[in-house]
Design a protein around this ligand. Sequence first.
Ligand code: F0G
Length: 368
Amino acid sequence: AHQWRGVIREYADRLPVTDSTEIITLGEGGTPLVHAKALSELTGNEVYLKVEGMNPTGSFKDRGMTMAMTAAVEAGAKAVVCASTGNTSASAAAYATQAGITCAVLVPDGKISMGKLSQAIAHGAQLLQVNGNFDNCLEVARKLAEAYPVFLVNSVNPARIEGQKTASFEVVDFLGDAPDYHLLPVGNAGNITAYWRGYQEYAQPWTNNAGTELPPVATKTPVMWGFQAEGASPLVKGHPVTEPDTIATAIRIGNPASWDQAIAARDESGGLIEAVTDTEILEAHRWLSSREGVFVEPASAAGVAGLLKKHAAGEAPTGKKIVITVTGHGLKDPQWALRTADGADVEPTKVEFDVVSVAAALGLEDSA
Ligand code: F0G
């Protein structure tokens, strides 16, 4: 039977590897493109969710990390470092373990979810909680990699973007062509950069590593719509935000590293980058779990929040094919599901150990 072989082997023709490259992989990619029935019905479009929480460490970061760790090993690195709001560190820690090299991660103190923290610890990373935000962590990680023998695996490393562009390939391969629109959350802006590159490459002829010219796979590229959390929306405001703040800790970023590339993706695709509030993010998070059957972490719902907001404002398209990336798994940060829309704690109903009490609690009538 065919088993998915990870993004490098599946897309070796389009990635910077050779036949002799030692590939570090946990089988990432090949994630489901789920038809979002409720969103499709509400908005009058054909809406799909690219469910990136199904990657080995529970987020899209694994696509980039397989390439970055492969490049690190190729370069003879003995140690890697990254700054992270949590998912990159979980991914780096897992892939470094497979590569047999040391991993150091810098995370903002107190602003990363328990699930992500425990992943980095479980995989044996050297975890440093920095007294600063993500932007401060990234600055230190970059300086560390410049002055010390450690290999940087943040998305400023081009290998990360190369790996992540494979998500666009999968979307096109599944749908048969590019969608009309692609929506996604934007934080450090590596992912919007990667998707746009993937879509562009698939719409052009491509010379593979063996020198063979492959015809275009897609006839078009989508319009890119990116969404930031309002309290951390530098790309929307047009200037860095020094104190970014949002409950969506994964995208609590004030000065995205791939700023220019994100703006290019927006403008070249005829798209937009807008902000959604924390309330809108949590509403979309709830919509996904209760209406579509897809459980994500809050930041991952920003793209869906964006579509709901644009639809409510009468600014969403109709009759189009729309793909929305949901970036990370709900189990990364499950606390948000245990609150009602007005912030009250959800208490499970307790019952006695007998069928009559259980039936009564479920409101069932006796069928006999
Ligand atoms: N969604 C999730 C779940 C993320 O973890 C991130 C970024 C994003 C969206 C935004 O993607 O940065 O490429 O624009 N997380 C990084 C991290 C910053 O350290 O895990 P982006």
